[in-house]
Design a protein around this ligand. Structure first.
Ligand SMILES: O=C(O)CCC(=O)C(=O)O
Ligand SMILES: [Fe+2]
Length: 209
């Protein structure tokens, strides 16, 4: 495996737990009816969780058609459907806490969990909105927890414009809401700088992907 993460060597063996939400969540209103909420360091023991997920999740490398050829998707993936058991109990706690905080505003619960494993700077996700499903036509929310080494998540208005950057890792939470999936795009760019691995956990409502 590329990019070994040295949490255990660093003695990072803390309990893993979700923190408070409430007033610790900071909302930024974006153009076109989009917003983002950021809650740095929401999970404590996040590097321990990184190690557990890296080991326990049945990661899959995927290949996809890109224009006229089949290419490797540059990250490892595992998607948990709404009835599938999550790979760590703290992810159940996280989803429950997110639902307690957001369900009234969202009008429905977060249900599925998509996991991405960025092994090093060669792994990435290109500019996109989560528009497979209802995100292409309706306001919704996607909540992302990041563990391991921070990587920049960039956001820009669809069609171009100045991009916003959030370096997300070590238990940070970001929630993209309102029209964000259809009026904005997000990406985790590749980097040639030496970069440790990061795992992101995306919670989404039913029918959003
Ligand atoms: O890793 C991230 O934070 C973003 C992942 C993402 O955008 C996606 O899987 O749709
Ligand atoms: Fe996405």
């Amino acid at each position: 495996m590329r990019g070994v993460f040295q949490a255990s060597l660093l003695g990072l063996d803390e309990d893993v737990a979700v923190g408070a939400l409430g007033a610790t969540v900071h909302r930024t209103q974006l153009d076109h009816g989009a917003w983002i909420d950021v809650r740095p360091g929401w999970l404590s023991g996040a590097d321990t969780l990184f190690e557990r997920l890296a080991e326990r999740v049945p990661w899959k490398g995927e290949r996809r058609w890109m224009y006229d050829k089949v290419v490797d998707v540059p990250r490892l993936l595992k998607f948990y459907e709404e009835d599938e058991p999550l790979p760590d109990p703290v992810l159940d706690d996280a989803r429950r806490a997110l639902n307690a905080h957001y369900e009234e505003e969202l009008g429905e619960p977060f249900r599925t969990a998509g996991l991405c494993y960025y092994r090093d700077g060669r792994d990435s996700v290109a500019w996109h909105g989560d528009t497979i499903g209802r995100g292409s036509t309706e306001d919704t929310m996607v909540a992302i927890i990041s563990v391991g080494t921070p990587r920049p998540l960039l956001l820009r208005p669809r069609g171009g414009g100045h991009s916003l950057r959030h370096d997300l890792g070590h238990g940070d939470l970001i929630v993209m809401g309102g029209s964000c999936q259809r009026t904005w795009e997000h990406a985790v760019p590749k980097t040639t700088r030496p970069t440790g691995p990061r795992i992101s956990i995306q919670f989404r409502p039913r029918g959003v992907r």
